[in-house]
Design a protein around this ligand. Structure first.
Ligand SMILES: *[C@@H]1O[C@H](CO)[C@@H](O)[C@H](O)[C@H]1NC(C)=O
Ligand SMILES: *[C@@H]1O[C@H](CO)[C@@H](O)[C@H](O)[C@H]1NC(C)=O
Ligand SMILES: *[C@@H]1O[C@H](CO)[C@@H](O)[C@H](O)[C@H]1NC(C)=O
Ligand SMILES: *[C@@H]1O[C@H](CO)[C@@H](O)[C@H](O)[C@H]1NC(C)=O
Ligand SMILES: *[C@@H]1O[C@H](CO)[C@@H](O)[C@H](O)[C@H]1NC(C)=O
Ligand SMILES: *[C@@H]1O[C@H](CO)[C@@H](O)[C@H](O)[C@H]1NC(C)=O
Ligand SMILES: *[C@@H]1O[C@H](CO)[C@@H](O)[C@H](O)[C@H]1NC(C)=O
Length: 508
């Protein structure tokens, strides 16, 4: 009796121990992380603490930013959110000097680490080896990375903070038809081999930017191949027999092949930007963005891996949190429409950030204050068309008119509504400031209390921005110095691959 009781106690104890072990194993099992990019090139800047709250509400534990603004970093203190900060391309050259790097690390990393800001990655540049921005390549970026990582190591952050460089897919040869044909571009091959080996020694991952919507369009493949839900009848079988049913796997394994050819086998790959725009590009829409993420996120949490590396966890950073109306649009209107959220912190579509694929809207930002219900429209005076066109063009140079571009949500407007749209965007952007000034337009504008939106074309009222963004087109020097500066040199190259992408508004 006693011994049988003892036996069952032992069985129960054993079971408890085993359960604990299994649980421990499960929680220790490294799972792909879903983070998000937060760019702030916008007149509608959300308050940083509001964004921290939004991320926590949604269970997002990693954020990547395109600058290292002090006021923003402060907001992440004790939040438990992992943070990536970026050294913009324009200041890379200054950081070839180890002393400058030491100062930078003191001010932007150590100071905030002390305030319990969990900085995990320092991004050295934004796609510095891409050729798609003004034909500029920052060949010395890898030298800066070495100085930065060495500086971090010397400061005692070897294990905690990694220097990384994000890579747009044009760092690879572009004429490949199978992933195993991938290699780095000849002009950067030696640099990349050296860089990857250095990063491997420091146990740092390789960051790649992956945009299936473009890649598929560029290659002229079935648009369905851009999604991960296996609806495409198009697939690619590599020389080794591995089958590719979507562009994400294709791109991931192309990078993996190039890295292996550089002599490194088990480097961790992180998708530093992966997303789907909602306007201004073929197949860009909230519906398609929802569908894309609905298969991508469960894919990440499933740890399924890719054909070439099954079972490998993949970290991704969704691109991006909200629209940015000051981003350059030299590659197309879509550059301003990457947001999962509208500028006002309202989600555009359903997405389950936990990766469980549930049909749910994410949390809306709390505490956003909108400006009054006032719009500025064209008063109908067509007596001087030259003047009218000039005012229209000037408004669109300052404010965001990308929805008017072909394929955009307001592309169906007639000439006069076009003008109203432009006037309103500038009026809102200037904070509805002194109506007889910001809605003057040489006597062509008038303020109205009724919403002039037309169908799917929304005439927005903007929010009270937390701080002023570097406005207009001439960021230049202000950008480099400003604490709130952001890199304008980032996101979505491709100009050279997509000549059909007219830079509509640049010419306006
Ligand atoms: C980019 O630069 C290369 C050489 O520096 C030049 O041959 C090429 O024409 C340039 N391309 C563009 C689009 O400016
Ligand atoms: C891609 O182009 C390069 C240079 O033009 C060539 O050497 C290489 O063989 C091509 N690769 C494939 C897979 O066609
Ligand atoms: C797609 O197909 C692959 C293998 O062909 C399978 O592993 C995966 O679960 C499928 N995904 C979906 C969303 O059906
Ligand atoms: C894929 O093929 C099936 C059967 O041939 C066809 O019914 C379906 O419409 C195709 N799907 C697409 C997206 O072309
Ligand atoms: C139209 O307006 C412009 C200034 O925008 C002015 O120079 C021009 O004289 C005007 N034309 C007429 C016919 O009033
Ligand atoms: C409205 O403005 C857009 C952007 O400038 C332009 O492409 C379109 O042709 C304009 N529509 C009309 C009717 O003028
Ligand atoms: C704006 O100008 C109009 C007409 O010129 C005038 O009636 C109105 O009082 C002015 N509004 C303000 C706020 O100054």
């Amino acid at each position: 009796m006693r011994s049988s009781l003892n036996f069952s106690v032992r069985v129960v104890a054993l079971m408890i121990v085993m359960t604990c072990c299994v649980l421990l194993f499960l929680t220790n099992n490294v799972e792909g992380v879903i983070g998000i990019n937060w760019g702030r090139m916008t007149t509608n800047r959300l308050i940083p603490s509001m964004v921290v709250d939004l991320l926590l509400q949604n269970g997002i534990r990693e954020v990547k930013m395109f600058s290292a603004s002090k006021n923003v970093l402060e907001a992440f203190s004790k939040s438990g959110i992992g943070v990536t900060i970026t050294i913009p391309n324009q200041v890379l050259e200054d950081l070839l000097d180890p002393q400058a790097v030491e100062r930078w690390i003191n001010q932007r990393v150590i100071a905030f680490k002390r305030e319990e800001v969990d900085i995990r990655y320092v991004s050295v540049g934004a796609d510095p080896y891409s050729k798609s921005y003004n034909n500029l390549t920052f060949y010395f970026a890898s030298d800066v990375l070495k100085v930065v990582q060495t500086g971090l190591n010397d400061a005692g952050y070897r294990e905690k903070v990694k220097a990384i460089i994000p890579h747009f897919f044009d760092v690879l040869n572009t004429n490949i038809s199978k992933p195993s044909e991938a290699d780095f571009r000849p002009d950067i091959k030696n640099i990349m081999v050296d860089l990857i080996r250095f990063q491997k020694e420091n146990n740092a991952p390789f960051f790649m930017d992956v945009f299936p919507i473009y890649y598929v369009h560029l290659r002229g493949w079935d648009p369905e191949f851009a999604f991960l839900d296996n609806k495409s009848n198009f697939s690619i079988v590599d020389h080794n027999g591995l089958k590719y049913t979507n562009a994400f796997d294709f791109l991931h394994d192309s990078f993996l092949w190039a890295i292996r050819k550089a002599g490194v086998r088990d480097m961790k790959l992180v998708a530093g930007q992966v997303g789907w725009p909602t306007d201004g590009y073929p197949n860009a829409s909230p519906e398609n963005a929802e569908r894309f993420y609905k298969s991508l996120l469960p894919y990440v949490t499933s740890n399924r891996g890719t054909p070439l590396h099954p079972g490998a966890p993949i970290d991704i950073y969704l691109h991006s949190l909200s629209d940015e109306n000051l981003l350059k649009i030299d590659r197309g209107a879509f550059q301003r429409h990457w947001g999962i959220y509208n500028f006002d912190g309202v989600p555009k579509y359903k997405i389950d950030f936990t990766g469980q694929g549930r049909d749910i809207f994410p949390t809306t930002a709390r505490g956003v204050t909108r400006m009054p219900q006032r719009w500025c429209i064209f008063n109908g005076d067509v007596s001087n068309v030259t003047k009218l066109k000039t005012e229209f063009q000037m408004a669109c140079q300052k404010a965001d008119c990308t929805p008017l571009a072909p394929g955009g949500s307001c592309s169906h407007l007639d000439f006069t509504h076009n003008i109203s749209y432009a006037f309103n965007m500038q009026f809102q952007m200037t904070g509805q400031y002194a109506e007889n000034k910001s809605c003057s337009f040489q006597g062509l504008g008038k303020v109205v209390p009724d919403n002039p939106s037309i169908g799917t074309c929304v005439f927005p009222i903007e929010i009270l921005a937390a701080e002023e963004a570097v406005a207009g087109v001439s960021f230049g020097a202000a950008l480099l110095g400003a604490a709130s500066g952001e890199s304008i040199h980032r996101v979505c190259g491709l100009a050279m691959f997509l000549p059909f992408l007219v830079a509509f508004l640049d010419s306006v």
